[in-house]
Write a protein that binds this ligand. Sequence first.
Ligand code: ZN
Ligand code: ZN
Length: 347
Amino acid sequence: MKMKAVRLIEPGCPLEMQEIDVPQIGPRDVLVRVEAASICHSDAHYRAGVSPVYPLPMTLGHEVAGVVEQAGADVAKLKVGDRVCLHYMVTCGDCEYCNQGREQFCTSGKMIGKYRDGGYAEYIAIPARSAFVLPDEIPFAQGAVMMCSSSTSLHAINKARLQPGETVAVFGVGGLGMSAIQLAQAYGALRVYAVDINPVKLEKAERFGAVPVNAKKADPVGEIRRLTGGRGVDVALELIGLPLTMDRAFRSLAVFGRVAIAGLTDRTFEIAPYRDLLNREAEIIGVSDHLAEELPLLIEFVCRGQLDLSDVITETVDLDAGAINDALDQLDEFGDKVRVVIAPFGH
Ligand SMILES: [Zn+2]
Ligand SMILES: [Zn+2]
C-alpha cells in the first residue's frame, strides 16, 4: 500500500510530496492514521538546514495526533480505533537513561520528523509506548499542538519543582509562555507574572490570569521585586533564549528561587555569584524536551479546560507540499505567531 508524505529531500529546498510505502509495524508498534500534524517553528529550521535532519529524504512533523489503524501483536494498551497523540521522542525503554526516567537522553533515542519519519503523511508507525490516548473532548489539532510547546512548558515547571502557593515569572509569552502561565496556575501557583515587550501578548496573558509586566516600560527585575514586596519570585521560566532575558529571569528570584531555562542559545550570560546565586541559594536549571510520563497529566489539564489551546491554531491545511511550504515561509518570516495544522484526511 502506498501513501502520501511531504518530505525534506535536501536542506535549503522546499519540501516535496512523495508516494511512499505505508510503513510496516513490528509487534510492539502501532500504525496511526494521521488526523492532525502541526507545523512547528523547528520544522522551518529543519527545512533551512539550521538543525540536522537525517537520513534524507525524511518526512517531517513531530506534533502528531490521529487514530490507531493497526496494532502490533504485543500491544496491550491500545486498540484499533483509539484516538491518540504521539510523544515525539522514540526511546528504547531499556537503557540506563530510560530506566532512570531520563529518556530524553536515551542512547538510541530518535525524534520523529527529524531522525525517523514523522507526521506530514497519511500514516506513521511508532512504538505503542510513544502513543497516548487522546480523550474525545480534545480535538486532534489541539492534541497535536500540545505535544511540543505545552509539554516543554510542563517539563520546565516540573524541573523548577513548582509548589502550590509559590510565585512564578514567565519570561516570553509566546506559544510556550501561554501554556506555561496556565499550567503554573493548574499547579497551584499563587501568582504568575508574564514578562514580555509585546502588548498584545501581555493582554492575552492577563486574560489567562497572569499579571502583565511590560519589559519595554520598566526593568522587569525591579518591577517584579516591587510587585512581590521586594521578595522576588520562587520560580522563573526563561522561554525566549536570550542572554538578556536569562539574566533578568535569574535576578528576579527570591531566596531559594529556581530559574528553569528552556530558551535555546549558544550565547553566554553572566552571573554575580555572591549576590544572586549563593546569597539566595538560588538554582539555575536546564530544560531539555520532556518525558513521556509527563504527558498524561498534560492531557488531563487540557481535558479539564485548565490548559486552553482553543485559540492557538491559526489555520488548517491539506497534506499538500505547496501549502506546507507556505506555512514554513510564514514561520521564517513571522515566527511563532503562526500555528498551522495539516489535516491529511480533511478538516
Ligand atoms: Zn515542535
Ligand atoms: Zn533508552
